[in-house]
Design a protein around this ligand. Structure first.
Ligand code: NIG
Ligand code: FE
Length: 387
């Protein structure tokens, strides 16, 4: 098998506390990595690096594990720039805007939806993302959800059925019928090849009881649960996520002490979405409080045309540091290892022997520059599965 040595790394973040400086980031200076096929086979100081068939010199740049963007909605048509502009002039964000994207998405061809999602994914990759979760949820008919998930599945192994995004207009006054559709024929059609099920459990979307019914139906068809929780108000969705052993509860803007304690004693990750808080001008999720309480926190973009139209994990890291009061090290961990935990993956988010060779090269002397130089395209290369 051909081996490649990635050499002359000024600073390497491994996320392996057993390596390097002993911190959670496992930082190794003057480092090298050897890759074979899609895996890392050696990590350490470059002076000790074994020989390899191919040599790549990174000229003292920084290497970090590829970003794991564990929450995105890439399957849609059109955008909502006017809604964003009016929000910046004072209008409040509500779940109601989803309906506008629904209409455009239903009208769009498969080719349009595929090419939009592929363009957004290309933006993600160029900013260092190597794994992305992609949700359906802007179709909300069985056929539209199935075609959205087919596109998502062609782009990532981490596809999510979000038939329970909102109750679509044609079911107004008949929400029980819509829940029956989502837990019945729509779920049956959408489950094959899909890994996750999600519910937008919040004001203007679904109640905790509806979310429990929908997630349990998904679990009974072999899907794994995750939840949109406490973005707009404190509904009880966070503790529902813990009750159902959801991999992640996402947003977490409104949290009681009991919510934080429940997460801290569980395997459920809190995924915070700084892009959504920024673009809806909301109170930022208190990631600092959650980390201090022992909750595992992940960072993701929530890329969607309404509340967070960014594909950039470096942007999310910068906002998490500036406005959520994470240290640059905590924010980087949350955007990599934290995202992997939110997707229940142990083969990504860490650069160690046997793990996937997924990493981002940062044209800077340290990962701190990701937050210190906000809005600057510092990712000079993204390696996915060893290439
Ligand atoms: O995660 N909150 C629900 N879904 C998206 C926003 C959807 C939209 O406004 O189109 C979110 O923020
Ligand atoms: Fe979302």
């Amino acid at each position: 098998m051909t081996a490649t040595v990635v050499d002359n790394i000024g600073l390497l973040v491994t996320n392996d506390p057993g390596n390097g400086d002993g911190s959670a980031l496992g930082v190794v200076r003057d480092a090298a990595m050897v890759l074979e096929a899609d895996r890392v086979v050696w990590v350490g100081h470059r002076a000790q690096a074994p020989s390899a068939d191919t040599h790549v010199d990174l000229d003292r740049q920084t290497v970090v594990p590829g970003f794991v963007d564990s929450h995105s909605h890439l399957i849609f048509a059109s955008d909502r720039a006017d809604e964003f502009a009016s929000r910046m002039a004072g209008t409040r964000y509500t779940a109601g805007g989803i309906a506008a994207t629904l209409i455009a998405t239903r009208e769009a061809s498969n080719e349009t939806l595929r090419s939009n999602a592929s363009s957004l994914l290309a933006e993600m990759v160029s900013s260092g993302t190597t794994t992305v979760e992609i949700k359906s949820g802007y179709g909300l008919t069985t056929d539209d959800e199935v075609r959205g998930l087919a596109i998502a599945q062609s782009l990532t192994p981490e596809s999510t059925f979000l038939g329970a995004h909102v109750v679509p207009i044609e079911y107004q006054g008949r929400r029980d019928d819509y829940v029956s559709l989502v837990t019945g024929p729509m779920l049956d059609a959408c489950a094959p090849g899909t890994r996750w099920i999600d519910v937008f459990c919040d004001r203007g979307a679904f109640s905790v009881d509806e979310a429990r019914t929908i997630l349990q139906a998904g679990v009974s068809r072999g899907l794994l649960p995750r939840l949109h929780a406490h973005q707009l108000e404190r509904t009880g969705a966070v503790q529902l996520g813990v009750e159902l052993d959801a991999a992640s509860v996402d947003h977490c803007n409104y949290m009681s002490d009991a919510d934080v304690d429940a997460l801290a004693g569980s395997a459920t990750v809190a995924t915070v979405l700084p892009g959504a808080d920024f673009s809806t001008r909301s109170v930022y999720a208190d990631a600092r409080r959650m980390i201090d309480a022992g909750v595992v926190v992940a960072l993701a973009t929530d890329c969607n045309p309404g509340s967070s139209y960014t594909t950039s994990m470096p942007f999310c890291i910068a906002v998490a540091v500036r406005d959520m009061h994470l240290t640059p090290a905590e924010a980087l961990w949350a955007a990599t290892a934290g995202g992997a935990r939110a997707l229940r993956r142990d083969d990504i988010g860490v650069l160690a022997v046997g793990k996937r060779a997924d990493f981002a090269v940062i044209a800077a002397p340290s990962y701190v520059h990701l937050a210190y130089r906000p809005g600057v395209a510092l990712v000079s290369a993204t390696w996915k599965s060893g290439t």
